[in-house]
Design a protein around this ligand. Structure first.
Ligand SMILES: [Ca+2]
Ligand SMILES: [Ca+2]
Length: 161
């Protein structure tokens, strides 16, 4: 019952010894759904940015959770994994930029020039959302569900079912 990931013992030390002279290898990669990702030691597994330092080992040897990477967030993360919100004290993971969700809290990761997101895709309906979780479009599955999601009710009256 009380076992907590005993296999993780020593992971950090093991990883440290495989790194040469402390120089950071470039681990930028593209995870499924075009998300910005972090490349594991196996050079095959690409973990989405927001899975790095989430306290779950996603790389085989847990290199996505190593102290060197997670010790001082977000500064300990390589820049390509981080997106700074319009309030520079707030940050989100790079794969949370332009994912449709209001992760910064002020939508600067979705609709401001800072984020430079493409327009709403096929799966989205463009409107001013009334709910805080979306920014400039809502998922089409929320259209015609009897609940107002757009300021002008276009999700209930204009959005094709
Ligand atoms: Ca992880
Ligand atoms: Ca987002």
């Amino acid at each position: 019952m009380n076992k907590t990931h005993p296999q993780r013992n020593g992971d950090v030390a093991t990883f440290g010894s495989t790194e040469s002279s402390g120089k950071r290898v470039n681990r930028l990669c593209t995870a499924p759904n075009n998300r910005t990702g972090f490349l594991c030691d196996d050079r095959v597994t690409c973990v989405p940015a927001s899975w790095v330092c989430d306290r779950v080992s996603n790389c085989r040897n847990g290199e996505d959770e190593q102290e060197q990477l997670c010790g001082d967030l977000p500064h300990s993360l390589p820049g390509y994994l981080v997106f700074y919100c319009s309030n520079p004290r707030s940050w989100v993971y790079a794969d949370q930029r332009c994912n449709g969700m209001n992760d910064c809290g002020d939508c600067s990761d979705e609709s401001w020039s800072l984020a430079a997101c493409p327009p709403c895709g096929q799966e989205w309906w463009s409107c001013s959302p009334v709910h805080f979780e979306f920014c400039s479009c809502i998922p089409r599955r929320l259209c015609r569900d009897g609940i107002q999601h757009c300021l002008g009710w276009s999700d209930e009256f204009l959005c094709p079912a």
